[in-house]
Design a protein around this ligand. Structure first.
Ligand code: FAS
Ligand code: PHB
Length: 390
């Protein structure tokens, strides 16, 4: 089989890239390791930067998002059990945020790819890139025990943190940067009406977050130790701990109900450089991971794909390699900006096991200053809302 761009990974990055290329007449094939049901069963991100909203609309998959998504002028932060601040991204950055789940985006992208005859090979095993520094790279993979070969001009590694693409770059050519946080997020999904706004809480018992997926689907998180066992957290205990971390007037508004999903995600910061090696280009979690505190993970995957799709389109339509040649440096500028912001917000809102009282007071002083300074809020807003694409 032959195509123009071979895409490894059928998550949001791979699907969106295939969709954007298709709209410009550029062929691609997606090789996905898992079943479609497994991919669409994953509960992940929920807050979209407006730049992401516009890319999804341009990709022709914005109709359901615009119908079911909920736009917000910003998000709230509460701390010391009483203070509260509204990070008004619309007032200070002129951009709203869209609450719409990654699960729904993945469904919408699969539906669009299927409707337009997209070639997606599910349950592709042993996917392996070959000759990535030659002009004729190819990918081998297995389905039903048979080995196949996909010849292509370029390979897009959209296979997430545990994928095969990044390790295909020789260690001598790859630099990685990592920071592991000493806690995780215990998240719950419930068919209950959410709070009106997305609210982050810094509390002496630990970080908490109230978010949503729809008017009848709530998403909540509480910071938890890395060795937390889900079996020790029946719904009742989760709801009690979550409410304890919000001011009483907000806690009293939280509608509890049975969880339909419950999981623990560890927090880490990770960046791999470069995001290109020969004819292999990395996009999304294959190249970087950020703690979910800044709601940047999915949004960075979308910005990588925006840059990479523009680069392939410029090559095939205008025979120019300028955006291919500048892709890695351009994507990494945005990645490092988001990685720093996500790290900063994680340090501001979480309780660290080795935190001293001095650390606590400086955290509180940071929050009090943010609440008192429009300049500080403007800076946070433009980063949280997402800086313009280059
Ligand atoms: P993905 O990991 O989504 O997709 C990669 C795809 O490649 C997968 O379908 C995988 O099966 C496939 N694959 C892997 N190896 C392969 C191989 N060898 N061959 C073929 N296919 C292969 N971000 C936020 O902004 N907010 C959040 O709250 C948030 N919560 C998260 C919770 C969890 C548990 C995780 C893991 C991530 C979370 N993220 C969150 C980040 C997440 O949304 C990612 O940024 C997003 O999924 C990135 O999309 P992709 O780059 O497509 O990677
Ligand atoms: C979510 O709704 O899942 C969500 C919202 C904000 C974050 C992280 C996750 O920072």
């Amino acid at each position: 089989m032959r195509t123009q761009v071979g895409i490894i990974g059928g998550g949001p990055a791979g699907l969106l890239l295939s969709q954007l290329l298709h709209l410009k007449g550029i062929e691609s094939v997606i090789l996905e390791r898992r079943t479609r049901a497994y991919v669409m069963g994953r509960i992940r991100a929920g807050v979209l930067e407006w730049g992401t909203v516009e890319v999804l609309r341009d990709a022709g998959v914005g109709e359901r998002m615009d119908r079911e998504g909920q736009a917000h002028d910003g998000t709230g932060i509460v701390w010391a059990g009483k203070n509260r601040l509204f990070i008004d991204t619309y007032k200070y950055a002129g951009k709203r945020l869209m609450a719409y789940g990654q699960t729904q985006i993945t469904e919408d992208l699969y539906a669009a790819r299927d409707a337009m005859g997209g070639v997606i090979i599910d349950e592709a095993a042993k996917v392996t890139p070959h000759d990535i520094t030659s002009d004729t790279p190819y990918i081998t993979y297995q389905t039903q025990g048979e080995t196949h070969r996909l010849d292509c001009d370029y390979i897009a590694g959209c296979d997430g943190y545990h994928g095969v693409s990044r390790p295909s770059i020789p260690a001598s050519s790859l630099r990685t940067f990592e920071k592991v946080y000493p806690f995780g997020w215990l998240g719950i999904l419930s068919e209950t009406p959410p709070l009106p706004e997305i609210v982050y809480a810094n509390h002496e018992r630990g970080f908490a977050l109230a978010s949503m997926r729809s008017p009848m689907l709530s998403r909540y998180y509480i910071q938890c130790p890395l060795d937390t066992n889900l079996d020790d957290w029946p719904d009742e205990r989760f709801w009690e701990e979550l409410k304890a971390r919000f001011p009483v007037d907000l806690a009293d508004q939280i509608v509890t109900g049975p969880s339909i999903e419950k999981s623990i995600a560890p927090l880490r910061s990770f960046v791999a450089e470069p995001m290109r090696y020969g004819r292999l280009f990395l996009a999304g979690d294959a190249a970087h991971i950020v703690p979910p505190t800044g709601a940047k993970g999915l949004n960075l995957a979308v910005s990588d794909v925006y840059y990479l799709s523009r680069a392939f389109i410029d090559f095939y339509v205008n025979k120019s390699t300028r955006y291919l040649d500048s892709y890695s440096a351009m994507a990494l500028r945005r990645v490092w900006g988001a990685a720093r912001f996500s790290w900063w917000l994680s340090m501001l809102l979480h309780r660290f096991p080795d935190q001293t009282e001095f650390d606590r007071r400086t955290q509180e002083a940071d929050l009090d200053y943010l609440a008192s300074s429009e300049a500080a809020q403007r800076s946070v807003c433009e980063q949280y809302a997402g800086l313009p694409f280059e």
